[in-house]
Design a protein around this ligand. Structure first.
Ligand SMILES: Nc1ncnc2c1ncn2[C@@H]1O[C@H](COP(=O)(O)OP(=O)(O)O)[C@@H](O)[C@H]1O
Ligand SMILES: [Mg+2]
Length: 259
């Protein structure tokens, strides 16, 4: 099977990109799929959330600069089948250095190619920073699919067109194969009409692209990173774990990958 590369992007911060990258990747790993999460956010929340050091130079940074190979910086986590390429806080500086290089939009794609070609992983996830800058563009230039986490709040739709327009531009230039794989609602609160209204409104606009699975607001999901574990390591019987497991099943169905 080919490796499926999925970027998680949304120019808004705090919408659940990192929580979804970590826990969707962890759900697939728990189901036995070889899974790699690449942290592209200088805040390095996915890195520390899986118990890795966000000040270590063994990170994506020297890879983007062409000084290390991607394989050299792939790190194991405490969870079976789940691997991470860490970010580091200095990554913000890499953005400036990479911008001065040739093929600055293809740095990630070129570095990832040997890993994809090796078919070592079933799934690779790219956790993007909260902007559509150079690092996110690198991710979209090499991803097969884009998953957009959306927080259930007013104005959720605002900004969605920014990212759908971006997908069209990337399809027309660096990556014709990019697909908008889906929109995922996060932090859903079933007790409020607001959450329900937002889901309804987006459903009217994006029928096909929407994930049926919805991630509820669940305090365990916000606690897990401080223990350096995914929700499956920290609270496997929580609602949050059940929701990400459901999402992982819908994800593999959508991409034609059975257990
Ligand atoms: N379903 C959820 N329930 C409760 N808290 C959540 C949930 N999803 C995310 N959070 C919390 O919300 C904050 C922002 O989420 P995060 O995944 O870091 O967003 P992003 O990566 O888009 O900036 C974090 O503190 C995270 O722990
Ligand atoms: Mg994040």
């Amino acid at each position: 099977m080919k490796t499926l590369v999925t970027a998680l992007a949304n120019q808004k911060g705090g919408v659940g990109k990192t929580t979804t990258s970590v826990n969707l990747a962890a759900a697939l790993a728990a189901r036995g799929f070889q899974t790699l999460l690449i942290d592209l956010d200088p805040q390095a929340n996915a890195t520390s959330g899986l118990g890795l050091d966000k000040t270590s130079p063994e990170s994506i940074y020297p890879v983007l600069l062409g000084e290390r190979s991607m394989e050299e910086v792939i790190a194991a986590t405490q969870e079976e089948n789940l691997f991470v390429v860490p970010a580091e806080l200095d990554l913000a500086g890499a953005e400036i250095e990479v911008a001065r290089m040739d093929n600055y939009l293809d740095r990630l794609r070129d570095a990832l190619k040997p890993v994809v070609d090796s078919k070592r992983f079933d799934f690779i996830f790219l956790d993007c920073p909260p902007s559509l800058g150079l690092l996110s563009l690198n991710a979209l230039s090499c991803a097969n699919t884009l998953l957009v986490p959306l927080q259930c709040e007013y104005y959720a739709l605002e900004g969605l067109s920014v990212i759908t327009d971006m997908v069209i531009k990337i399809q027309e230039s660096s990556n014709p194969k990019l697909r908008l794989d889906g929109i995922l609602f996060t932090m859903f609160d079933g007790r409020t009409n607001l959450s329900k209204d937002v889901v309804e409104e987006v459903r009217n606009h994006f029928e096909d692209g929407l994930y049926r699975s919805v991630i509820p607001r669940n305090v365990r999901l916000s606690e897990a990173p401080s223990h350096g574990l995914s929700i499956f390591g920290y609270a496997p019987s929580s609602n949050g774990a059940a929701a990400y497991l459901d999402l992982s099943r819908e994800f593999t169905e959508r991409h034609g990958r059975g257990d």
